[in-house]
Ligand binder design. Structure first.
Ligand SMILES: [Zn+2]
Length: 268
């Protein structure tokens, strides 16, 4: 039986790859949609196993200990959804506006939410790593030395969101494949998650520069605006919605080399 990578107890819980509340809010408890990862799998409930990691954490960590982190994530995505114009104009995230007076601790909880997601991705990847740095952070350490986030706003997703919502309900949730690079004893692992137009890149590495480490007393974080000119016009007319969405998520990061360069910039 595997051990929970957060606390070391028996792993008996399956963390969602997409947050259950995102799926429920989006599709209701029962739905028809497709989960795309190499091949499409039809799913009809947010409880479907294809949406979950195997058992790599325990129930206590997944449900109790990380509840405030899940809540911080819900507040974050709801805020970003309601404040598209403001975010676009400012090009930053103001954590006081998102969370109010307790923003510093809530910012930390938001990062802990993404740390749990990233840890589950890393531990189930081809190259599982020692995750002590983020497990300590999740269960109470004030900071992390190896884990950073980088936020982006993808304007094109707002455009298609507006377009498709004239007739139906369109919601975009995306979970990029874990990328790894470096040498066997010094690997960097990274990925991103999108909730509609907000993309959160995560990087886990021993090589995070001092000045790129997260400061939880910093109220404002940069939000990189990915504008419409970023995309290759020809590819914007892809024949299928899947191909189009993939292009909108990856844009110029369409090769492994470019993705590595992107992640490397985030930590150096
Ligand atoms: Zn645990």
């Amino acid at each position: 039986m595997a051990k929970c990578w957060i606390c070391g107890n028996k792993a008996d819980s399956k963390e969602h790859k997409f947050k259950a509340s995102d799926l429920k809010r989006t599709y209701g408890k029962k739905f028809d949609c497709y989960y795309i990862q190499e091949s499409a799998t039809q799913i009809n409930s947010y409880k479907d196993n294809v949406l979950k990691f195997p058992e790599v954490i325990c129930i206590d960590c997944n449900v109790k200990k990380t509840r405030p982190h899940d809540d911080a994530y819900d507040i974050f995505v709801t805020y970003c959804f309601k404040n598209y114009e403001l975010l676009l104009e400012n090009g930053n995230l103001d954590f006081q506006k998102i969370y109010g007076t307790n923003w510093s601790n809530e910012k930390r909880n938001l990062y802990r939410y993404f740390a749990k997601h990233a840890g589950c991705k890393i531990i189930t990847s081809e190259y599982p790593q020692d995750l002590t740095d983020i497990s300590d952070f999740i269960i109470g350490a004030d900071n992390t030395q190896k884990f950073v986030l980088y936020f982006e706003l993808k304007m094109i997703i707002n455009v298609i969101h507006t377009f498709y919502n004239r007739e139906g309900k369109f919601v975009h949730l995306f979970n990029a494949q874990t990328q790894y690079y470096g040498y066997y004893d010094n690997l960097t692992l990274a990925g991103w998650l999108s909730n509609n137009w907000i993309t959160t890149n995560w990087v886990y590495s021993k090589n995070v520069n001092q000045n790129k480490k997260t400061d939880f007393n910093k109220q404002i974080e940069k939000l990189n605006i990915v504008n419409l000119d970023y995309y290759d016009k020809d590819l914007m007319e892809s024949e299928t919605l899947d191909a189009m969405i993939t292009h909108f998520e990856f844009g110029k990061l369409n090769t492994m080399e470019k993705r590595i360069e992107h992640y490397q910039k985030i930590i150096t």
